[in-house]
Design a protein around this ligand. Structure first.
Ligand SMILES: Cc1cc2nc3c(=O)[nH]c(=O)nc-3n(C[C@H](O)[C@H](O)[C@H](O)COP(=O)(O)OP(=O)(O)OC[C@H]3O[C@@H](n4cnc5c(N)ncnc54)[C@H](O)[C@@H]3O)c2cc1C
Length: 422
């Protein structure tokens, strides 16, 4: 109680109300801090609204690894590839990929996957605790997922992925056509190879889940300010001040959780970081007329079909483009075309479309770290494909950093300094 009252005197301002910023806000306010959450948009209106909904998944596998490096040239040239680079972004996109290729060395892949496994492991407890606090069990499903392949060659080409998952005890089990039919009768009989992972959990509405966390934060006295952050300054005593469209917002400590938009503030404080906008798309079919029962990952097509409250959400693809580039409608149309083929009875009438920017760093690890130039500023960005799964664990780590306590896991791999040591 005394500690909580002491903390109450400290004020933390958080830039960004995606799932990461909201999770930090909830973790801090529960520990007695005064917290102001700042966003130019509504809470969870960005990437955290439109994702595929996995609240736990076994993605301990960094994107940059030898298996992907081998496939990369073919993927970039194939017109129907799940991975694209906007022509206007080739120079920057290739720079990022060159940087990512430095991460494919076995020792770096091993280090990144161990760090991801720790974070994903910690996320189970952190997510459960936040779901409890926000009274949102009705939004969570424990249905597992299946990953399916049409071709033996593509199944075998992902053996490296499964080997890494095995090392961290999160791999699923291999299944054949009969089990695929049992688990997801609505999908095409073309799918002959699969992986069943019953540990995967998902939400029926990622935007609503983040919003419940946000409501729990507000109920506990949290403050929300809707305004654009332009830069960060420091008072004479070193306290951070967010410079915004409205009045400056000063606090004892600041957290930068601006997702794919975090780079300019980090650059202002510590230097350039290789943060890319790895954009993904979704289409929601409100009356799908098929019941998948659980999320199905179509590995060759590059998207996941997740049953949600609003219909069947088809989410995925990776498009490297500038943050400001408009969405490419061809990509989301391709997802729907592939989905109609993969799920023969699917009704796509009145399907909606969405695009969002995953904040991606070349080693597939987020930054969860104190700034180099000020120990009053904490970074929490770069969660690429795992922001929903790892947001709550990130919130708990940020709370430890703010209170100068030892975090539950080793956070050395998430330090911002690593980005300058390659
Ligand atoms: C298609 C797709 C599927 C995905 N599926 C999954 C999944 O199943 N499971 C999973 O764990 N992850 C998934 N992800 C990734 C996940 O959605 C992201 O990692 C996560 O949403 C990132 O959260 P964030 O809070 O860091 O960023 P965001 O949600 O993007 O939030 C950043 C916030 O900062 C605000 N902001 C930015 N700049 C400023 C500024 N200057 N001033 C004020 N506010 C600002 C924005 O308005 C935004 O609200 C998926 C992503 C995509 C695209």
């Amino acid at each position: 109680m005394v500690a909580a009252l002491q903390n109450r005197r400290e004020h933390v301002a958080i830039g960004g109300s995606g799932i990461v910023g909201i999770s930090c806000a909830l973790a801090l306010i529960q520990n007695g801090y005064r917290v102001t959450l700042i966003d130019r948009d509504e809470p969870a209106a960005g990437c955290s609204f439109g994702n595929a909904g996995m609240t736990w998944c076994p993605w301990v596998v960094p994107l940059a690894r030898a298996g992907i490096a081998r496939k990369l040239p073919g993927m970039l040239l194939r017109p129907d590839s799940p991975l694209t680079i906007r022509p206007s972004y080739w120079y920057q996109g290739l720079g990022w990929m060159r940087r990512a290729l430095k991460e494919v060395k076995p020792d770096r892949v091993a280090a990144s996957s161990t760090a991801l496994a720790d974070l994903i492991g910690a996320s189970i407890e952190s997510t459960k605790a936040m779901v409890d606090v926000a009274n949102s069990h009705d939004l969570i499903r424990h249905d597992g997922w299946i990953e399916v392949y049409r071709n033996k060659s593509s199944f075998e080409a992902d053996a490296d992925e499964r080997a890494i998952q095995n090392q961290h005890n999160v791999a699923g089990t291999s299944i054949g056509p009969r089990e695929i039919r049992e688990l997801a009768p609505a999908i095409s009989e073309e799918f002959q190879y699969g992986i069943w992972n019953e540990a995967v959990s998902n939400t029926r509405d990622p935007g609503a889940l983040a919003r419940r966390f946000f409501d729990a934060f507000i109920e506990r006295g949290g403050e929300y300010v809707k305004t654009e952050i332009h830069s960060i300054a420091f008072g004479a005593d070193g306290t951070p001040v967010f410079i915004t469209d409205r009045a400056p917002i000063a606090a004892d400590k600041a957290v930068i959780a601006l997702g794919a938009w975090s780079a300019s503030l980090v650059e202002q404080l510590d230097g350039k970081v290789p943060l890319a906008a790895e954009r993904g798309y979704h289409s929601v079919c409100p009356t799908p007329e098929v019941d998948l029962g659980r999320p199905v990952v179509f590995k060759e097509s590059g998207f996941v079909a997740t049953p949600m409250n609003s219909g069947l959400r088809l989410a995925g693809m990776d498009e490297f483009a500038s943050l400001r580039a408009p969405a490419n409608p061809k990509i989301v149309h391709r997802i729907r075309k592939l989905a109609k083929h993969n799920i023969p009875g699917l009704n796509t009438d009145r399907a909606t479309e969405w695009m969002g920017a995953r904040p991606a760093l070349p080693d597939s690890l987020p930054v969860i770290s104190t700034s180099v130039s000020s120990d009053r500023v904490i970074y929490a960005f770069g969660h690429h494909h795992l922001g929903l799964t790892c947001g709550p664990a990130t919130g708990d780590i940020v709370r430890s950093l703010v209170s100068k306590e030892k975090p539950a896991i080793d956070i050395t791999p998430f330090r911002v300094q690593r980005l300058w040591s390659v």
